[in-house]
Design a protein around this ligand. Structure first.
Ligand SMILES: [Zn+2]
Length: 81
């Protein structure tokens, strides 16, 4: 994933990250443009599930994407005609 600098739109490099929760990362980013020099923190969150895990972790809860919910229900409960 390529993250552009919010100021000069050049590329950023990520320095390190913390993971305070299973679905959340804090990533430290730095702009590669020496004339800019911006650095800061990026939040990355696992927002929705579009396909469920086959080995789900009990402590992880990521809401099912609304558009995917009906498709998943159709797979679980095949329509009988
Ligand atoms: Zn920049």
């Amino acid at each position: 994933m390529r993250i552009a600098c919010p100021h000069c739109k050049d590329r950023t490099i990520t320095r390190s990250s913390k993971r305070p929760a299973p679905v959340f990362y804090e990533v430290y980013a730095q702009c590669i443009n020496p004339l800019c020099g911006w650095a800061g923190k990026i939040y990355v969150e696992f927002a929705t599930t579009t396909a469920p895990s086959r080995s789900p972790a009990p402590e992880v809860s990521i809401p099912v994407d609304p558009a995917s919910r009906q498709r998943l229900l159709d797979q679980l409960l095949p329509e009988t005609t």
